[in-house]
Ligand binder design. Structure first.
Ligand SMILES: NC(=O)c1ccc[n+]([C@@H]2O[C@H](COP(=O)([O-])OP(=O)(O)OC[C@H]3O[C@@H](n4cnc5c(N)ncnc54)[C@H](OP(=O)(O)O)[C@@H]3O)[C@@H](O)[C@H]2O)c1
Length: 333
């Protein structure tokens, strides 16, 4: 397969530390350009990774006719505006999560996709990690009986006022940064949508961003909940509880690329002795897998890992959680 020629919009820290090195490991991807508002920053990353062209504006990169696809690791409020510009410039788009500031903004991308014929995908790499695919397979096979509940915790401690996560005007806050993962993994495992949502949202008095959210999601036949915190002891875990057992995914978002990821399966009851099994997964780079699959969607037409409609459904849950945080009531999704 001929490699897809990529450009990167923004000299983001995360792209520098994780995604660009991962994309460069993909057999199907060649990064030929990077753009930043600062040419110096773009040049610095270009030099670091041997990327041939650096641009001092995002528009310049979009005018580069050799670029077929762009990766967008910009601050959240810029995801939709630059996805639209990129697709209109004839580029396929892999955009960081959350794809938009809300569901209504995400929905505008449907028309853009239709009009331009370009692929647009939100970079929820967890959905192609083998651990989540396996967990969903175990649930499908009925390994833990009928699933009745899902419980997720995701948290870190970050009080840097400069960080985009602590700036509401650029789409910061815990729900948009990590709560969105708890929603997407729960929807992925359950393969259905929540009907209503109830949330308690605690905000940082200085930043104004949500720093602690507890969210209940009422799915048909399943009750799910998550806590996400941004000023809390770093930890992650998801437990899926069924009538005959439970599954625990240790690292919900970013399993180490160097150590095996693990899922624990528990059957039986504490009284009769729990039977426990741990499934381990060889370390993989989930960002490389994501890139491989997106390149194949472009070249070979395989289905996108995450269709845009699914991303919009995720945003609807986030919107309902924010509404519930305000109203103190259950909110319909
Ligand atoms: N999938 C994952 O595992 C994962 C992990 C971490 C982050 N992310 C996502 O990646 C994105 C970037 O996160 P990050 O941690 O890399 O943040 P970051 O270092 O602050 O990068 C954001 C980039 O946005 C650009 N930007 C343009 N206008 C901006 C403005 N007004 N304010 C702030 N930035 C502006 C900047 O690029 P220039 O200055 O170069 O133009 C900046 O480098 C976010 O959407 C985040 O949700 C995903």
């Amino acid at each position: 397969m001929e490699k897809v020629v990529w450009g990167v919009l923004g000299a983001s820290n995360f792209a520098k530390n994780r995604t660009i090195p991962a994309m460069l490991q993909s057999a199907h991807c060649r990064i030929e350009a990077i753009a930043s508002r600062s040419l110096e920053k773009a040049q610095d990353q270009a030099d670091r990774f041997g990327i041939p062209r650096a641009y001092g504006s995002y528009d310049q990169l979009l005018a580069d006719r050799a670029i077929e696809a762009v990766y967008i690791p910009l601050a959240n409020h810029l995801h939709v505006p630059w996805t639209i510009k990129a697709a209109e410039a004839g580029k396929h788009v892999l955009c960081e999560k959350p794809i938009a500031m809300n569901a209504a903004e995400a929905e505008t991308l449907l028309d853009v996709r239709e009009r331009t014929g370009k692929l647009i995908m939100e970079a929820f790499m967890v959905r192609s990690h083998p651990q989540w695919l396996h967990a969903r397979e175990l649930v499908r096979q009925g390994r833990i009986g009928d699933v009745l509940a899902v419980q997720t915790f995701v948290g870190y401690n970050n009080v840097n006022p400069e960080d985009i996560r602590n700036r509401p005007e650029v789409g910061g806050g815990g729900m948009m940064d990590i709560g969105c993962y708890a929603i997407t993994t729960t929807r992925f495992i359950l393969e259905r949508e929540p009907q209503r949502v109830m949330a308690t949202i605690g905000r940082d008095p200085e930043f104004g961003t949500d720093r602690l959210c507890t969210v209940m999601m009422d799915f048909p036949g399943v009750q799910a909940s998550f806590i996400c915190g941004t000023q809390i002891q770093p930890s992650q875990r998801a437990t899926i509880h069924g009538t005959a057992g439970s599954l625990e995914v240790e690292m919900v978002i970013i399993p180490s690329p160097d150590r095996p990821a693990r899922i624990s399966i528990r059957e039986g009851s504490p009284v009769d002795r729990v039977k426990s099994e741990t499934v381990t997964f060889d370390p993989v780079n989930q960002y490389t897998i994501q890139t491989d699959l997106f390149c194949r969607a472009i070249r070979e037409g395989i289905p996108q890992t995450l269709p845009l409609e699914n991303s919009i459904a995720n945003m609807r849950v986030i919107d309902a959680a924010f509404r519930s945080g305000e109203s103190g009531q259950w909110e319909r999704v």
